[in-house]
Design a protein around this ligand. Structure first.
Ligand SMILES: NCCCC[C@H](NC(=O)[C@@H](N)CCCCN)C(=O)O
Length: 552
């Protein structure tokens, strides 16, 4: 008689993918909040008086507690000690609290309140940090920006804690199965979140003709409430799984601080962590300057504000096309026949071309750069699927780094040659952004699923936390460095601006970006060297980075 094999929730594909949807949707909401103010920087200046320094300082506060107060390290320890479901809910609550403070700071009610007065007169610096130039506050910073920074740094703790928790949750539910596809899908949805907020945040702020920036932030807060609900539902599924498997690893084999030593002594781990900080420092900080870099290098013919291309209808159509690209590319991973697979991929490519055409017709750098997260939405799951079935993660890290170098050098030296050539410049920009998007899929799709191969599953939370911590240092440092290098390498522009020879508007689109782009290409070069070393170490020590996740 054939013995009936005990099935757990994890063995059911439908249940596994439902759990992934809960976690991924929570991250989608968090990524929307993370960039909610980015596309309305101009409105923050005109309605709340945040100049570029106030805006940049507030945005930079996100990493402050994680990096300098080591919150991420504590978050990793909490995750390994308390388990995924507890930490998921905790991170959801922390994000919501931070976001609510952030929202209140930008409302009309904050203006003129007691808190407004207090923040105007206090919190002008943090001793020690101020001297080093790394304080999230400064004398003269608008009170609303200071209070928003307090909220954003609390949110930053929650969102990074959620990031490591979701990664560990995916490992728990998908290890030995479609783990890289699951991580790729989660990141794809996160990228869709970034693209969505770029499109919808200005729409909410300008709704009904009157400008209110707090509406956009309120939209983000509501989404974070939804994220918390997702985590609560996940809590029950995860509890049931533990009851079925009797695993509850955090109780059976409790995490000890000495376990951290095991991570630190793994050469493979450090190579991945360093590669991560180098690679992501050349991507996320670049993302903050990319639109301006395009404005400085491309020639745009302003679109008539009354024309079809300037309407919100076009925005909505473009967003729908974006969803078609993402859905078709994602569904191609699950198609049963080759015909269906290639049909869906063809649909994704045609929609992508239409998306690019519309971006060109709108003649704005923002809509051209919008294609960047879109390609990652489409192909990160496909590449994750490849890692699951064929492996080659270390090789993908190397290829991703090569593409990164090529793209930054193209932006630095080839794009400026097309200044004055409206169509040629846009074509070069699109091709380079698409290739960069491919690189931004190759590296994340192979890097994050490699971590469970390097450390014990009991300490996976701390391992992700350590990588995130190292990465956060780069994410804090490089936006600052790019700004400083830009000013240092454009001395004439800075002097002309100071003496009033050119207006701030003219100056803003006249920077020469060569030096910062070469700096980012060098980061790619260093990541490439580490990639080769990682490949060699993998071969020598048999880490299994080139092997598929699913062993047939
Ligand atoms: N399951 C993979 C999770 C990592 C995804 C990764 N996110 C990060 O690395 C975050 N620490 C940084 C996000 C910072 C943005 N301001 C990703 O590729 O998004």
């Amino acid at each position: 008689m054939v013995e009936k094999i005990q099935q757990t929730l994890r063995d059911s594909a439908a249940m596994r993918w439902t759990v992934l949807l809960l976690l991924a949707f929570a991250m989608f909401c968090s990524y929307i909040f993370m960039d909610i103010l980015s596309p309305i920087k101009d409105l923050m200046q005109s309605t709340r008086g945040w100049d570029s320094t106030a805006f940049g300082t507030m945005q930079g506060s996100e990493t402050f507690l994680n990096v300098f107060i080591f919150f991420l390290i504590f978050a990793g320890i909490i995750l390994d000690k308390m388990g995924v479901r507890f930490t998921a809910i905790l991170s959801g609550v922390v994000m919501l609290v931070g976001a609510t403070i952030n929202w209140y700071a930008v409302t009309e009610s904050f203006q003129g309140s007691g808190l407004d007065t207090w923040f105007t007169n206090n919190l002008n610096y943090i001793p020690g940090f101020d001297e080093l130039g790394i304080s999230p506050f400064y004398k003269g910073m608008p009170a609303s920006a200071k209070f928003a920074a307090v909220g954003f740094m609390i949110f930053g703790c929650g969102v990074e804690m959620a990031g490591i928790t979701v990664s560990r949750g995916i490992v728990k539910w998908f290890k030995g199965r479609e783990m890289a596809l699951a991580m790729g899908s989660e990141m794809a949805l996160a990228r869709l979140g970034v693209a969505s907020c770029m499109i919808f945040s200005p729409v909410f702020a300008k709704l009904g003709g009157n400008i209110d920036v707090s509406r956009s932030v309120a939209f983000g807060v509501i989404l974070l409430l939804v994220a918390l609900i997702m985590f609560i539902v996940y809590f029950f599924a995860d509890k049931k799984l533990d009851a079925q498997t009797g695993e509850a690893e955090e109780k059976d084999d409790p995490f000890k601080l000495s376990d951290l030593g095991k991570i630190m002594s793994s050469m493979g781990f450090w190579l991945v962590a360093l590669l991560c900080v180098l690679y992501y420092s050349a991507i996320f900080p670049f993302q903050k300057y990319a639109v301006n870099m395009l404005q400085c290098n491309l020639t745009f013919n302003p679109v008539d504000p009354n024309s079809f291309w300037a309407t919100n209808t076009v925005t909505i159509i473009q967003y729908c096309i974006m969803l078609v690209v993402a859905a078709a590319a994602f569904a191609s991973n699950f198609s049963k026949t080759k015909g269906m697979k290639y049909g869906l991929l063809a649909l994704a490519v045609v929609s992508l071309i239409i998306f690019c055409y519309m971006g060109y017709m709108r003649q704005s750098a923002e809509t051209i750069f919008a294609v960047f997260p879109l390609l990652a939405v489409g192909i990160t799951p496909i590449l994750g699927n490849y890692v699951d079935h064929k492996g080659k993660a270390a090789s993908m890290l190397v290829i991703g780094s090569v593409l990164l170098i090529i793209c930054h050098l193209t932006f630095a030296f080839i794009l400026p040659m097309f200044q004055g050539n409206a169509i040629g410049g846009v074509v070069v920009a699109y091709v380079t952004i698409l290739v960069l998007g491919a690189s931004f899929s190759l590296v994340p799709a192979s890097l994050w699923p490699s971590v469970p191969k390097l450390v014990d599953s009991k300490i996976i939370g701390s391992a992700y936390a350590l990588i995130f911590w190292v990465q956060n240092i780069g994410l804090w440092l490089f936006p600052l460095l790019i700004g400083k290098v830009l000013d240092k390498t454009n001395p004439q522009l800075v002097a002309d601006l100071k003496s009033g020879i050119i207006t701030p508007e003219e100056a803003a689109i006249s920077y020469n970006y060569t030096a910062p782009l070469v700096m980012l290409a060098c980061l790619g070069g260093a990541a490439l060297i580490l990639g080769f070393i990682l490949k060699a170490v993998d071969k020598k020590k048999g880490l299994g980075l080139e092997l598929p996740n699913i062993q047939k």
